[in-house]
Design a protein around this ligand. Structure first.
Ligand code: ADP
Length: 400
């Protein structure tokens, strides 16, 4: 079985051809700057360490996917003889709204239902669906499966997902918490349960910390709360997103600075978070280096970011009546020993004992970071969203 995993953005197309059962990746890469001058395809074959970058005009996603297919079947460095060897295509779709609590085979009818959520994710969903349409055109007859960022969080109870605004805004406008990064939270919480020996009852907190960041509370394998909301802006302080702030501050800043809606949106999504406080970069590595050199704003940004992670951990432990395991994942969660240790500072009262020595050594894969005596286990777990997409695609196609 070979599944092509596609993650389509407005000007990019990430892909992986993989075996969903073994997780083996045959080829991986991305098309960048689609529709912009200087578009290029990056293509890599992990088994042989082969890498190539091909610069070519890609006015639309159609040309991009044609380039991907061309590379996959290339006589010299391709990994399949013909596109017939691709059994199914799995697509990342950002917003499934309330209609999709699970991955789904994409038919014309289902696509229409997905389109109804486009307003909730105007930057992402239309691009994701463009990827689906392009695949259907260029690989007719192949099954396409949609895997939603929001689906894993659909098990949240109403008390967690409702906002205390007029009920009509929920009924008529679908305003509620949806949550994102669901495939990552699903992968990591499943891995945590496996590590614990798949007990019937478990309480896991997953901290997905990348440019975008979110925390989720997973009880007995089901998500009961998560920090992102109607959009990915809510929750933690992120690379360029502000996360939780007083909603009245939004109106105040907008009015005082005489900003349009679009400008205010950009201020919160692209100019805030680490970048907003540190001002020099949104990247956690730059931030840590500057803090090590004594940059006070960098220190403040790290303190703010980790204080907020810690607050969510404590909140979710309270929500679940305890916690068995805290998992860190994503670029920052997997790599930054500083962020992990500062986020867990002061949680000893909850039974969290970090092994600072193990935490400071960088190792690949899943690593236990807590002391044996720790009541709460702490792990770093390498996330694999593409594998979740490939596996869901496989099980749906097999089921059909
Ligand atoms: P995205 O949300 O775009 O997928 P990633 O999960 O790739 O983001 O995470 C990117 C973040 O991870 C960046 O802020 C980057 O600085 C950070 N990061 C990567 N490696 C390290 C490291 N060794 N130490 C600290 N931060 C790191």
């Amino acid at each position: 079985m070979k599944v092509l995993v596609i993650n389509c953005g407005s000007s990019s197309l990430k892909y992986q051809l993989m075996n969903p059962e073994s997780g083996e990746v045959f080829a991986v890469g991305l098309c960048d700057r689609i529709g912009i001058h200087g578009s290029k395809l990056e293509y890599e074959v992990p088994a042989t360490d082969f890498e190539i970058t091909l610069e070519n005009d890609m006015p639309t996603h159609k040309e991009a996917l044609e380039m991907v297919i061309g590379a996959l079947v290339n006589e010299e460095y391709g990994v399949i003889k013909s596109v017939e060897e691709v059994d199914a295509i799995g697509h990342r779709v950002v917003h499934g709204g309330e209609a999709f609590a699970d991955s789904v085979l994409l038919t014309d009818e289902v696509i229409k239902a997905v389109e109804e959520n486009n307003e909730l994710a105007p930057l992402h969903n239309p691009a994701n669906l463009m990827g689906v349409e392009t695949c259907m055109k260029l690989m007719p007859g192949k099954p396409n499966v949609g895997v939603f960022d929001t689906a894993f969080h659909q098990t949240m109870p109403a008390k967690a997902f409702m906002y205390p605004v007029p009920y009509a805004d929920y009924k008529e406008l679908k305003v509620r918490k949806y949550g994102f990064h669901g495939t990552s939270h699903k992968f990591v919480s499943n891995a945590a349960q496996e590590i614990m020996g798949n007990p019937e009852n478990s309480k896991v907190i997953v901290c997905h910390l990348g440019n975008g960041a979110s925390v989720s509370a997973v009880k007995d394998g089901k998500c009961v709360d998560t920090s992102m909301g109607l959009t990915p802006l809510q929750g933690l302080m992120m690379g360029t997103r502000c996360g939780d702030i007083d909603p009245a501050a939004v109106l105040y800043i907008k009015n005082k600075r005489e900003l349009t809606d679009k400008e205010m949106d950009a201020r919160m999504n692209k100019q805030s978070g680490i970048l907003g406080i540190f001002e020099k970069s949104s990247d956690c590595r730059d931030l840590e280096m500057a803090a090590a050199d004594g940059d006070e704003r960098a220190e403040l940004a790290i303190d703010m970011m980790t204080y907020r992670i810690r607050s969510y951990i404590a909140q979710y432990a309270a929500a679940m009546g305890g916690v068995d395991m805290i998992c860190f994942t994503g670029g920052i969660g997997e790599n930054s020993s500083l962020v992990r240790s500062k986020a867990l500072e002061g949680l000893e009262y909850m039974g969290v004992e970090l092994d600072t020595e193990v935490n400071s050594v960088r190792k690949k894969g899943s690593v236990k970071l807590s002391k044996d005596s720790s009541k709460v286990a702490v792990y770093k777990i390498q996330t694999n969203e593409e594998l979740v997409i490939a596996r869901d695609t496989y099980s749906i196609v097999k089921g059909n």
